[in-house]
Design a protein around this ligand. Structure first.
Ligand SMILES: NC(=O)c1ccc[n+]([C@@H]2O[C@H](COP(=O)([O-])OP(=O)(O)OC[C@H]3O[C@@H](n4cnc5c(N)ncnc54)[C@H](OP(=O)(O)O)[C@@H]3O)[C@@H](O)[C@H]2O)c1
Length: 445
C-alpha cells in the first residue's frame, strides 16, 4: 500500500503511473461480521456499543466490474448509517447484501460474511472497469453514495426512483471506511481543491441529502425569504441545512441542545436559536400522549423570534419525538420535509392541522447524481463549507461511531484511511486562505 500512498502524496503522479501501480493482496477495512449480527440482542439501543461490533480487518480486493472504479481512500467520515449498521438496527444490513447479491453474479460479490461500511470518501482513482471513460486513474475525487442499476424506466427522471436504488456502504458492500473502496463511476465527483482529504470527505452524504431535502424541487424547494425550522441545526444534516438556508436568502430557526452548538449556529450566521435543553421542550407527556401545549409553546417561540411569522419549511429528521410539533409549527400551506426518524419511525401527528391548513409532508432520501454534483460544486466554490469537528484514525472508528451514537459530536466526524495525518491534499492554498475561518468553524469546540 505504501507505493499507492507515495504516488498520492507526490501530488503530481501521472495517470499512466497510477494505472500501472501493482495492487497489494489485501487492504484494511472497517467491517461488521455476519456471525455477530445478534450480539446486541436484548440490549437497549443506547447501550449498544459500536466499539464492540466494528472491526478493522484485512480483506481481499473485490473484482472490478463494468462501470466501476477502485479508489484509494485517503479519508472518510462517520455517518449515522454506520451507527445503524454497527448496532444492527432497525435491521441487520446483511439482509440488504443478501438481496443485492441475488440480482447477478457481479452483485453477488457484495454478499459476504463481512460488510465493509462507510458512505463517504475522498481519494484517488486507482483503476476503472470496462465502459468508464470520464474518469482516469490518478483523478482526485470524492464519491457520493447513490448506487443505482437503472435497468428499469422508473429511475430515468430521477435516479433516486430506481427500484434498485441503494446507499453505497450501507446497502452495498466495499464502502468508504477502508483503504480502498469500490464505487460505480457515476458516484465520482471532483475533490474540492482547497480542502484537505478529511475535509473533502466529510460533507458527502449529509451535504447531498440536505441539498435535495431543502433546496431541490424534489424536496422542499426553498426560496429566498422562507423561514426554515431546522432540528439538530449543528449536526450532520443540520449543519448543511443551516448553511443552505443562509446561502439561499432564507431565515433558519436553529434548534440545538446546548450553548456550544448554539455558538456554532451563530458563527454560521444564524440569528434565531432555540436551545431545546435550556428551554426544556417535552413534546410527549408519556410514551403514548403528546403534549399539544408544548406544540403551541413552540409555535409561539418561533413567532417571538421571527417577529410574528410561522415557518414555511420544517427540516425534519428526529422523527417520532418532534414530528407532531413539526406538523403543528409549519405555516398554513407550509412543508414538513423529512428524511429520517432517529427517535422512532412510528410518527403521530394531529391530521387536522395538516389538512385544514393545507400543509404538505414531503419524504426525501439522499439525492440523485445531479443534486449531489450541485451540492459538491457549492463546496468547491467556497459557498458551502465542511463542518468537520474532529478526525479519528481507522483503528478508532468504533469510538468515532460511538460519539455520533451518543450525540457527543459536533457537525461531522472524519476518519483518516490512507492519509498518514490530517492537513494533506490541499491543491489550492489561495482559495483555502480566503475561506479558512469558515472551514474551521466546527473545529475546537
Ligand atoms: N434519508 C437520508 O438520505 C439520510 C441522510 C443522512 C442522514 N439521515 C438520517 O438522519 C438522521 C440524522 O443524521 P445526522 O447525520 O444529521 O445525525 P447527527 O449528526 O447525529 O445530527 C442529528 C441532530 O439531531 C438532533 N436530535 C437528535 N435527536 C433528537 C430529538 N429526539 N429531538 C430533537 N433533536 C434531536 C441532535 O441535535 P441537538 O442535540 O443539538 O438538538 C443531533 O445533533 C439519522 O437518523 C440519519 O440516519 C438520513
Amino acid at each position: 500500500m505504501q507505493n499507492i500512498l507515495d504516488a498520492v502524496l507526490a501530488g503530481d503522479t501521472a495517470s499512466e503511473d497510477f494505472a500501472h501501480l501493482p495492487l497489494p493482496e489485501s487492504y484494511r477495512a472497517v467491517t461488521v461480521h455476519k456471525d455477530e449480527q445478534d450480539m446486541f440482542e436484548g440490549v437497549a439501543s443506547r447501550d449498544k456499543d459500536p466499539r464492540k461490533s466494528l472491526h478493522v480487518d484485512d480483506v481481499p480486493f473485490p473484482e472490478l466490474g463494468p462501470g466501476e472504479a477502485l479508489v484509494a481512500v485517503m479519508a472518510s467520515a462517520i455517518n449515522y448509517n454506520t451507527v445503524w449498521t454497527s448496532i444492527f438496527e432497525p435491521v441487520s444490513t446483511f439482509g440488504f447484501l443478501e438481496r443485492y447479491g441475488k440480482i447477478s453474479p457481479l452483485t453477488k460479490r457484495h454478499d459476504l460474511p463481512y460488510h465493509i461500511v462507510g458512505s463517504d470518501l475522498a481519494g484517488v482513482v486507482l483503476a476503472t472497469g470496462p465502459g468508464v471513460n470520464s474518469w482516469k486513474p490518478g483523478a482526485e475525487v470524492v464519491a457520493h453514495c447513490l448506487s443505482v442499476e437503472l435497468e428499469s424506466p422508473d429511475g430515468h427522471n430521477d435516479t433516486m426512483l430506481d427500484p434498485e436504488q441503494r446507499i453505497w456502504g450501507f446497502e452495498t458492500n466495499f464502502g468508504g471506511l477502508a483503504e480502498v473502496a469500490l464505487v460505480k463511476s457515476n458516484q465520482l465527483m471532483p475533490k474540492p481543491a482547497h480542502l484537505t482529504w478529511e475535509e473533502a470527505a466529510s460533507p458527502g452524504l449529509v451535504n447531498s441529502t440536505a441539498y435535495r431535502q431543502l433546496v431541490s424541487r424534489n424536496g422542499a424547494g426553498m426560496k429566498q425569504g422562507d423561514n426554515v425550522l431546522i432540528w439538530g441545526a449543528s449536526g450532520g444534516l443540520g449543519g448543511f441545512a443551516t448553511q443552505y438556508a443562509l446561502n439561499g436568502g432564507a431565515t433558519p430557526i436553529c434548534v440545538v441542545s446546548n450553548e456550544e452548538k448554539a455558538d456554532i449556529c451563530r458563527a454560521m450566521g444564524a440569528e434565531h436559536i432555540i436551545n431545546r435543553s435550556e428551554e426544556n421542550w417535552k413534546f410527549w407527556k408519556d410514551e403514548h400522549t403528546q403534549d399539544q401545549k408544548e406544540w403551541r409553546r413552540l409555535g409561539a417561540r418561533i413567532r417571538e423570534l421571527t417577529g410574528g411569522e410561522d415557518v414555511d419549511i420544517v427540516f425534519e429528521h428526529p422523527g417520532r419525538e418532534t414530528f407532531g410539533a413539526s406538523v403543528y409549527a409549519a405555516r398554513k400551506g407550509g412543508t414538513i420535509v423529512t428524511c429520517a426518524s432517529t427517535s422512532g419511525y412510528m410518527h403521530q401527528y394531529d391530521n387536522r392541522y395538516l389538512w385544514m391548513n393545507l400543509k404538505s409532508i414531503v419524504g426525501s432520501h439522499f439525492a440523485n447524481y445531479r443534486e449531489s454534483w450541485e451540492a459538491n460544486r457549492l463546496i468547491a466554490k467556497g459557498m458551502i463549507h465542511p463542518t468537520l469537528s474532529r478526525t479519528y484514525g481507522l483503528e478508532e472508528v468504533g469510538q468515532a461511531a460511538l460519539d455520533v451514537h451518543k450525540n457527543a459530536h459536533q457537525g461531522k466526524v472524519g476518519v483518516l484511511a490512507l492519509a498518514p495525518e490530517e492537513g494533506l491534499g490541499v491543491r489550492d492554498t489561495e482559495m483555502r486562505a480566503r475561506h479558512i475561518e469558515a472551514i474551521n468553524r466546527f473545529r475546537g469546540v
